[in-house]
Design a protein around this ligand. Structure first.
Ligand code: K1U
Ligand code: ZN
Length: 185
């Protein structure tokens, strides 16, 4: 993260607003399978959750986080794919339409599946509609990593994980790796 961005953020948090680092649920926690509910009205409670989720995402570090991953089952996502880590995006009640048949393969990771990456193919061209942190609607046609990340985070809101796209052999290997790690403490 750029030093100046980090410095400004830490001063802001210290004096202006209290934020919290939230616990991230880890696969195979069954709570990750919960379907998130739409948010009827965006309130200050949601804005606090957004700030806490951004703080948690930057701290992890990650490029996205869905409310499901912090055990809040409402349709809310935060993302920052910028190089400077200074362009936070918020998507409330996101909807997606696939624009054509083209798929793109990308090596994905997940904060709920630590130390594991694998390739997933997803639609390359999508249109996303959502509400922002003030409850105002917006629409965008994201490219590249942002398109991948939005789809990954929207899957979380539907109780789906990127490992669900993998072969059963790969998923079995992953479960064995996690079980071994848990035994080792
Ligand atoms: O949803 C999540 O668990 C966050 C996940 C998002 C994601 C990454 C890659 C492809 C699709 C979706 C992550 O952020 S994993 C960590 C990561 O990719 C990363 C962390 C620091 C710098 C750059 C990338
Ligand atoms: Zn994830």
């Amino acid at each position: 993260m750029h030093c100046i961005t980090q410095y400004v953020r830490s001063i802001y948090q210290q004096f202006v607003q209290r934020m919290a680092i939230l616990d991230i649920l880890e696969y195979p926690d069954p709570r990750l399978r919960t379907k998130a509910k739409p948010i009827a009205t965006v309130t200050d409670r949601h804005r606090q959750l957004i700030d806490d989720m951004l703080e948690t995402m930057y701290d992890a570090p990650g490029i996205g986080l869905a409310a499901t991953q912090v055990n809040v089952h409402e349709q809310l996502i935060v993302i920052d794919v910028s190089e400077g880590r200074d362009t936070p995006l918020v998507f409330i009640n996101p909807g997606i339409s696939v624009l054509d048949d083209e798929l793109r393969a990308y090596e994905e990771g997940c904060l709920s599946v630590p130390d594991y990456q694998d390739t997933v193919k997803r639609p390359a061209h999508v249109k996303v509609q959502a509400l922002d942190r003030n409850g105002d609607p917006f629409e965008m046609q994201p490219d590249d990593l942002l398109a991948v990340c939005i789809q990954h985070e929207m899957d979380h809101l539907n109780g789906k994980l990127f490992v669900d796209y993998l072969s059963s052999l790969k998923r079995q290997r992953l479960r064995t790796k996690i079980a071994k790690r848990q035994r080792a403490g």
